[in-house]
Write a protein that binds this ligand. Structure first.
Ligand SMILES: Cc1cc2nc3c(=O)[nH]c(=O)nc-3n(C[C@H](O)[C@H](O)[C@H](O)COP(=O)(O)OP(=O)(O)OC[C@H]3O[C@@H](n4cnc5c(N)ncnc54)[C@H](O)[C@@H]3O)c2cc1C
Length: 472
């Protein structure tokens, strides 16, 4: 029997695409290489029994704010968002911290009197408008009319220039450091266009929706999507690495939650994505700790996410080293302490802790000491609490998930035209040169993150294609 759609890869985007297609009444099968679903949204006991680590994503500003997830009954399938007191803290060597709080006022106050007004004015036009901003930001930027053209244009004018220009509006090194940390999620140089928009989007998400974790771990997001898919009649097969299109059962459409280069190999698309570039990688450490991280700054002890790297210059240098292929020296760290909001992650009194710094694509070195020296600067005594650590560099990331080519967790560099034209210049970025074959991974708009929007947008392209072919 011919399936309506076969999806390859059960990451957040593959699962969301499958769910959207099944909701439209199609028969859907999904094939996943790993033994469990989830891709970059999974949870495992990586270190010691009872310590539940998120090897990839941990914090979900774009998950809770995703228009696709909001429309699905994921709570009924077990997904619960848990909010830390403070979404994000950015500590400094003097023991103080800037905070991204739920309230714009509290955040502005933490940046100091010279910059509080500038921060408020930067975010004010968008507060209360997350739904339209998210709808416009999470679709291919050049397709269709924005839902709120005025706000979207204004956001674009402010955010299209690089963070290096946006930061010039601020005087205090602490404010500039916090903005650089927010833009650092794009894993690119701070002089890249659109890094300003990244910083604003992360800040806005914090104020409008928070930066929550999922109760029990990020696996809960994937399990909720998989549970709903099964309820809709979808079939999930795990432990199957797809190498050739003709290994798959006959279907009216194929949707790939893979890298573009893997798709080109599997579906014999030739050199369709030969210009596609992969970006820097990360060096990730998951810790089992004997207690909470002893941050000097009290705000950091209450935050779900802590950015470690005090100044704009330090963060910019760390990112630049990774982009230009140089080993890390003083890495900028993105860290998460899910236990602040979700005590279920570790035995009583213990904690899991998640940290990564940026390294060149394919780098083979060991950054453990550099990462821990950096944490010790802001949390003296940290090393004494380490019960166990699971260390994963670029090769380990790529081995765990084929989408992380060379360890690039964004499945494509955030640079040049590729920043907005992913995976290549095309009217429908999800379609390929082969009719009925689609791409839905984070290599397509809107890009990385656990939000399912690439899967959602790709599913809509598939449905349009199937309606057209049915009419013919
Ligand atoms: C260390 C790390 C930290 C991160 N932190 C965050 C965070 O805190 N918040 C956030 O929002 N995002 C975070 N991300 C990014 C986020 O995880 C990804 O952007 C997101 O998972 C992308 O979803 P996806 O569905 O496109 O691909 P993936 O999640 O990568 O899923 C792709 C799936 O396809 C499968 N697959 C690939 N090729 C084949 C094949 N040939 N046959 C069968 N199956 C195949 C893979 O096994 C995988 O399960 C992080 C990622 C990493 C690695």
């Amino acid at each position: 029997m011919v399936a309506d759609a076969v999806v390859v890869g059960a990451g957040p985007n593959g699962l969301t695409a499958a769910v959207e297609l099944a909701r439209a009444g199609l028969s859907v099968q999904i094939y996943e290489a790993a033994d469990t679903v989830g891709g970059g949204a999974r949870t495992e006991e990586l270190t010691l029994p009872g310590f539940r680590h998120d090897p990839c994503s941990a914090v979900h500003p774009f998950g809770i704010g995703s228009p696709a997830f909001q429309a699905l009954p994921l709570a009924r399938h077990g997904l619960e968002w848990l909010h830390p007191d403070v979404p994000m803290a950015h500590p400094f060597p003097d023991g103080t911290a800037a905070v991204l709080a739920r309230s714009v006022g509290e955040t502005a106050a933490s940046l100091g009197p010279r910059d509080a007004g500038t921060y408020r004015r930067l975010l004010a036009p968008y507060i209360g408008h997350w739904e339209s901003i998210a709808a416009d930001f999470f679709r291919p930027q050049w397709s269709g009319v924005p839902r709120d053209p005025y706000r979207f244009a204004r956001f674009g004018l402010t955010g299209t220039p690089p963070l290096s220009l946006l930061a010039l509006r601020f005087h205090d090194p602490k404010a500039r450091g916090m903005l650089a940390g927010l833009a650092g999620h794009a894993i690119t140089r701070l002089s890249q266009p659109f890094t300003g928009a990244m910083a604003m989007m992360f800040a806005l998400a914090g104020h409008e929706r928070g930066w929550p974790v999922a109760r029990g771990g990020s696996q809960a997001i994937s399990d909720a999507l998989a549970g709903y898919l099964t309820e809709l009649g979808g079939v999930i097969r795990t432990g199957v690495t797809v190498r050739k299109l003709d290994e798959l059962p006959p279907a009216r459409a194929y949707v790939f939650d893979t890298s573009p280069t893997a798709l080109a190999r599997i579906a014999a698309l030739g050199d369709a994505y030969r210009r596609y570039r992969y970006g820097p990688s990360v060096f990730k450490i998951d810790y089992a700790l004997d207690g909470p991280v002893p941050w000097t700054a009290p705000e950091a002890r209450r935050a779900g996410t802590v950015h470690v790297g005090p100044t704009y210059t330090e963060i910019g240098d760390a990112l630049s080293r990774a982009v230009t292929g140089r080993p890390p020296h003083t890495p900028f760290l993105i860290t998460a302490q899910p236990g602040v909001a979700d005590p279920s992650r570790a035995p009583e009194g213990k904690h899991v802790f998640w940290a990564y710094g940026h390294v060149p694509n394919g780098w083979h070195g060991d950054a453990t000491d550099a990462v821990e020296r950096q944490i010790e600067r802001f949390a003296p005594g940290f090393r004494d609490l380490v019960l166990a650590r699971a260390v994963t560099g670029p090769a380990g990331l790529a081995a765990r998930n084929a989408n992380y080519v060379g360890g690039d967790i964004g499945c494509g560099a955030f640079s040049g035209f590729q920043t907005v034209l992913r995976p290549r210049l095309a009217a429908i970025p999800y379609a390929t040169s082969r009719p009925g074959v689609f791409l839905c991974s984070s290599a397509t708009p809107p890009g990385p993150g656990v939000h399912g929007m690439s899967g959602h947008n790709a599913a809509r392209a598939v449905l349009r294609h199937l309606r057209r072919t049915a009419r013919r």
